[in-house]
Design a protein around this ligand. Structure first.
Ligand code: SAH
Length: 242
């Protein structure tokens, strides 16, 4: 029986691959996944067989990878960042019982919250939440509830999928929920294309963030009540009282 590695490839540049991810990709006979990530992986490991499917065809991709592994091949399914964070690890493991004998291994990658946080400073230095603003698979009411609870708990928050063409108002709506309990001066950060060409990171207040346009290549960071701007670095103190 073959093995299926679900591999988070970080930002997609070779220097953001973990050693474990590199080894899994090197060992794989076939690399599959969303077109963009397959292209990135194929660039790092030229000559491998690839199977790429466009966005929205995720389940088809999972079935294909599991079926190929069942035939005895060693497969790597690639995801950006970490495969378990809004990635393919969960659906593959949900489908796995339909493919007896296949072994699945999840290989951790550097998720956008971490690569983005490093560019801003240390915004996740204390307790934090990760919330996706995509309502493709989650009702907006649930997202709003989670935002409200995170704000109430005074967590720092990393927002994934903050916007898209179809839902450009989501970030504004999310900020309005947060502004119910969090001050307009709350320190926030925006990171676009972390670890990729065109990388950018900047700080702004929650009030400013509300009126800022962002896209799907961006992760948004909301500070807790304790988060500070220290010379342009976003820092959520650990509590040493410095
Ligand atoms: N599995 C991925 C997340 C997929 S959801 C991970 O662990 O990073 C897609 C969202 O991730 C994007 O909308 C964006 O919010 C965030 N993201 C992914 N790559 C990014 C990058 N290089 N820079 C900033 N945000 C990124």
């Amino acid at each position: 029986m073959g093995e299926l590695f679900i591999v988070g490839i970080g930002s997609g540049k070779s220097n953001s691959l973990t050693g474990e991810a590199r080894a899994a990709l090197a060992a794989a006979q076939l690399i599959c996944g969303y077109t963009v990530y397959v292209e990135q992986a194929a660039e790092m490991f030229p000559g491998k067989a690839v199977y790429a499917t466009p966005m929205m065809r995720e389940l088809e991709r999972c079935h294909y990878a599991l079926a190929e592994a069942q035939k005895g091949k060693s497969i790597a399914m690639v995801c950006s960042g970490d495969a378990g964070v809004y990635g393919m690890a969960a659906p593959v493991l949900e489908l796995l019982p339909q493919y007896p004998g296949v072994t699945v291994r999840v290989v951790a990658g550097v998720t956008a919250a971490l690569s983005g946080a490093a560019l801003l400073g240390a915004p996740l230095g204390h307790d934090f939440c990760v919330i996706s603003l995509s309502d493709l698979l989650t009702p907006w009411e649930t997202i709003e509830k989670r935002l409200r609870c995170a704000a109430e708990g005074d967590f720092a928050i990393a927002l994934y999928n903050p916007s898209s063409k179809r839902r450009s108002a989501h970030l504004r709506k999310a900020c309005d929920v947060l502004l119910e309990t969090r001050r307009g001066e709350t320190v926030c950060g925006i990171v676009r294309n972390a670890g990729r060409d065109g990388e950018s990171a900047r700080l702004l207040t929650l009030a400013e963030l509300r009126d800022t346009e962002v896209d799907m290549l961006t992760t948004v960071f909301i500070g807790s009540s304790q988060t500070k701007d220290i010379g342009g670095r976003m820092v959520t103190p650990r509590g040493y009282g410095l």
